[in-house]
Design a protein around this ligand. Structure first.
Ligand code: SF4
Ligand code: SF4
Length: 244
């Protein structure tokens, strides 16, 4: 109902499903019926997404946003016709950019997985309101987005520090943490959306979750080495064997 609901994940999903172009129509800026002015959010999301498309080699012209009122039918027809012509000249998605089908699929999957992380990192910018059209192009720079992907943060649980309290496991929004009672926890990097919740949730006295940037994440501790033997348990075992 509101263009403010538009998320880069929706846009990238449309491209993943083979759309050659995506058009978003929003109400005129400053004419929103609600205090939220979601069309400004939609604009920022689109500008971000266009730079992400550029980053993976897709032509950003395949994504367009325009603002108009419900009384501007002629404008809508003109804009849509122009957009369709543009997309036709660009050709089918990927082919027009000389990116192979498999490569495109994996690139789209990779960036889509990082959208929640990107939205957290860029939250302040995404909440701002651009008043001038001239600001649109330079709002997100290509260098800024390339850097963002280059320095992407990962989270890792230090197996020597994890106390298997299960707090992070319960709080992870995407069930990316594998663990259980008396089991050293590990993060499934494929599922992790890099929200940082586990870092905040891990009690400071354990300090087991680490942020990693610019270097590979250590491999997960093998399953057979994840069981924690508590000191009290060890002592019990010693007492019972001494008894015998
Ligand atoms: S950063 Fe931590 S809490 Fe967030 S998705 Fe990854 S493992 Fe889960
Ligand atoms: S919150 Fe920290 S100590 Fe507790 S299970 Fe998670 S990583 Fe381990």
């Amino acid at each position: 109902m509101c263009s403010g609901r538009v998320d880069p994940e929706f846009l990238l999903r449309a491209f993943s499903k083979g759309m050659d172009g995506v058009f978003i129509g929003g109400c005129r800026l400053n004419e929103c019926n609600y205090v939220t002015h979601g069309n400004y959010d939609a604009l920022n999301m689109v500008l971000l997404c266009r730079k992400i498309m550029e980053h993976i080699g897709l032509n950003p012209e395949r994504l367009r946003i325009e603002f108009m009122s419900s009384g501007e039918g002629i404008l809508l027809a003109e804009v849509i016709n122009d957009f369709v012509k543009k997309v036709e000249t660009l050709g089918p998605l990927g082919k027009g950019e000389e990116i192979g089908e498999d490569e495109l699929k994996s690139k789209l999957e990779e960036v889509t997985r990082l959208i929640p992380y990107i939205k957290i990192v860029k939250r302040e910018k995404l909440a701002s309101r651009l008043e001038k059209v001239e600001e649109y192009d330079r709002f997100f720079s290509s260098e800024e987005i390339d850097k963002l992907f280059r320095e992407v943060i990962s989270y890792h649980i230090d197996p020597d520090k994890c106390q298997a309290c299960m707090i992070c496991l319960r709080k992870c929004p995407v069930e990316a943490i594998i663990g259980g009672k008396n089991q050293i926890h590990v993060i499934d990097q494929e599922k992790c959306i890099k929200c940082g919740t586990c870092l905040e949730a891990c009690p400071p006295r354990f300090d087991a979750v680490k942020e990693i940037s610019g270097k590979p994440v250590p491999p997960p501790i093998p399953e057979e080495k994840r069981t924690i033997v508590r000191k009290s348990k060890k002592n019990e075992d010693l007492t019972s064997s001494a008894h015998f």
